[in-house]
Design a binder for this molecule. Structure first.
Ligand SMILES: [Zn+2]
Length: 211
């Protein structure tokens, strides 16, 4: 059996024998009555940063959209197909979540690609085109940092701030925020340390105590 098939089959079997037993009633309730999560999370597709693990979430608690480098594109590009935006629109207008959390992370390959100029070049495929959304934020940060400090880390944080600014370019988001029905929250996860940081009102990231 291929390693990936073994992982799928045995992982599923372990889930059925383990976690599922304690969550059976929850799955039945969610399956029968539908989902009603309070939190939407936009995270990177990176295999090391699973939001439901990091926030110890049960099925039904978080509506999660993952993409390369946890980016929200700005409005005004309506000719493209937008999976992330479809998820955001559904979360805000149908599920009426209380918060959209944009979570970035340490060692983000998408951010590294953006910093390496993938988004400036032609023929860098869908990834290059996608991370080019952060080009303006990157150029501004590079100018401001002037070769001091940790550019990768600062860009990971700036990417989160830019995606939050981009969220506000959609009327259905800004209307909900201004009416007090929706909060936009930045978060950052350090893989090696497992440290979580949350952005304050000024966009500065503050570590969350373990307890
Ligand atoms: Zn990433």
């Amino acid at each position: 059996m291929q390693a990936w098939r073994k992982k799928l089959v045995e992982g599923y079997q372990a889930f059925r024998a383990g976690d599922y037993n304690s969550q059976k009633a929850l799955y039945e309730k969610l399956g029968t009555h539908g989902q009603n999560p309070d939190i939407m999370l936009i995270a990177c597709a990176d295999s090391r940063v699973d939001p439901t693990d990091i926030f110890d979430a049960y099925p039904g608690e978080m509506f999660v959209a993952r993409n390369v480098a946890n980016i929200v594109p700005p409005s005004g590009n309506d000719e493209a197909y937008h999976g992330t935006l479809a998820a955001i629109e559904y979360a805000v207008t149908v599920l009426e979540v209380d918060v959209i959390v944009v979570m970035g992370h340490e060692s983000c390959g998408g951010i590294a690609g953006c910093l390496a100029g993938m988004g400036e070049e032609n023929n860098t495929g869908y990834v290059g085109s996608w991370v080019s959304i952060l080009n303006d934020a990157k150029n501004e940060l590079v100018r401001k940092m002037d070769n001091r400090g940790n550019l990768q880390y600062e860009m990971e944080l700036e990417g989160i701030r830019q995606s939050i600014r981009n969220l506000m370019t959609y009327d259905f988001v800004s209307d909900a925020v201004e009416a007090g029905r929706l909060t936009l929250q930045g978060a950052y996860f350090g893989i090696v340390s497992a440290k979580l940081m949350l952005a304050d009102d000024d966009g500065e990231f503050q570590e969350v105590p373990i307890q």
